[in-house]
Design a protein around this ligand. Sequence first.
Ligand code: SIN
Length: 325
Amino acid sequence: MFKQSFKYYKSKNPPPNLDNVLDLNKSNDLTEFQIKKVSIKCEERKKMFGFKHPKTWEVYEIVDTPGSLLFIRNPFTSIGQRYWTVKCLQDYSKKPNKTNIDAFNLVPENKEWWEMCQNNNNVLLMNKLRWVTLGYHHNWDTKVYSEEDKGKFPKDLSDMTLYVASILGYTNFSPEAAIVNYYHMDSTLSGHTDHSEKDLEAPLFSFSFGQTAIFLLGGNTKDDKPTPIFIRSGDMVVMSKESRLAYHGVPKILQIDSRYWDPIDENDLCYIGKDYREVVNICKDDALWKPFGDYLTYSRININVRQVLSRGQKRLNSEDAEDVT
Ligand code: SIN
């Protein structure tokens, strides 16, 4: 069932009918699908990290899926969406973080990928970047983390995820690994489960920016019929417990929405925090922001943040590798 649905929504010719895709922007869909509105206690919270005030967040639980899957409808301000886009393109893509293009030696030691793309308007090089890994590096072959393959986890991404985790009541969460996926209009991500981390109780936080994706959310086997869901710029998905073992994937990226990262509201600028002013200055200057906005016109970025260590654990042991299949 998962494979058939994936093929259906991936198809260019004929294009898929989108009527059955769950759309959290449509009030009808909120009653027709198995969705529960979740209330969060956050009156006293400050607005931070490019988010709208948490009391305005719309949090939904997709009830039909195993475990717990939360969908938060774009809690980011425009400037917040721009901030994380700039970070993913200009900063997280830098060494020593790992990328899929490392293997091809396309970027000399003394150069940076984003700079090289900008200097020659090198669209070919720009479209080659498909993923970056941060913190404990995801091993795409073995799916096993190792203490020997680990970089520094970015402070701003850690602070932002901890803020979200505390608002949603995940007080023990620790951000230790992230994968940033870069999608272009013809990119897909095939069905998979997230089982590399030992503690499946710990949530996985997923943040998306740019063009809209059809996200397929299945069950514990590929025989279960998946639910297609639109994920738009700024939307956040939180998976925990059995939902992390549910098959999911992205069969299609669509240019169907307005630019949620435009225009910016000057009043939101102060809420990112003073440590991050340099990037905020790029976000609020139309000329400096332009190449990033151009990238988002034809692309989507997804950051997913995970906890690797079990509660109380300081480092991975060699036995951990044997436990993970
Ligand atoms: C993932 O499942 O790893 C990413 C999903 C997404 O791009 O929304």
